[in-house]
Design a protein around this ligand. Sequence first.
Ligand code: KG4
Ligand code: ZN
Length: 344
Amino acid sequence: MSKEGCLVSAASGCAIIGPVKVLGIESSCDETSAAVVENGSKILSNQVASQVAIHARYGCVVPEVASRQHLLAIVPVIERALADAGVGWEDLGGIAATNGPGLAGSLLVGLNAAKAIALARRLPLTGVNHLEGHIYANWLSGESPCFPLVCLTVSGGHSDLVLMRGHGDYVLLGRTRDDAAGEAFDKAARILGLGYPGGPAIERAARKGKSSIQLPRAWLKGTRDFSFSGIKTALLRLVEGNKISNEADAAASFQEAVIDVLVTKTVAAAKEYRVKQILLAGGVASNGLLRQSLVQSSPIPVLVPAPVLCTDNAAMIAACGYYLFKAGKVDGLDLDVIPSLKLA
Ligand code: KG4
Ligand code: ZN
């Protein structure tokens, strides 16, 4: 007889009996995170050990340093996540761990920890695509998203616009052809000497300035793709030519130009596909102006996770893992990391 809160292998996949608590593990870049989420929507704990202060001195994430820090943090972070949730190993129904995309050395730490637990505790394991995890942060907002929907995922490594027709059903509508939106924010902050990480630094500086500098917007007409390398180069040329007298105005102008393109293209795609909802996801989705502009410009309801759930965290991985288990996706212990894993 099966206990409550567990996943049972069935011919058609996984039967879920009672409320299921999934342990999520995320280590794709520079945050070591573990979380316990019930039924893909209720966060019982979400622990994040950030390495931002360590990488700040280099102005970027140093892969070798990141994987070593993950090794130091992974066990305490998992222990804290369980303690915080008030659950023991026997209360878990499964383990979900990010297996790509990301830094290979970083991904390996989280995935191997997950495999070890799965083996020792005889728990089902599922590998989660980090980008899919970002999207599922929206299932933690207290409201269940409605299909079909369009989701804009904007992070440090990706800018993907996807049509989602159901759980796990993605159609790629557009993606960046060069820099990701978050990468552009990071590079612009470096050009303006605003510090690291760049996104929050640009947003902070922009609050003290006004968008008064004309910067190019790459519309790539006839496509839903993005391009952010031109705007970054334009900013660099202005700085090199000593044409920027006020960094705050430059930050505000840059932020507005990037967000203008993101919002316009997302709303146009949502209207074209007549979707019921627009979702926002990824680290850049914690930007206040992006959140506000999308909500104000869209006639279609917009759902955005809390800022703390937009940046890398394991609760989103556990939420996604729940739906993967529900669809019958259980991986073996031969599951490997895929640093260049795509969403669609
Ligand atoms: O999703 P995320 O935490 O990690 C990746 O999967 O890449 O995203 C990190 C990216 C960084 O490029 C960071 O500068 C950007 O998200 N970011 C922001 C803000 N907070 C983080 N960009 C703009 N405004 C923000 N407030
Ligand atoms: Zn991320």
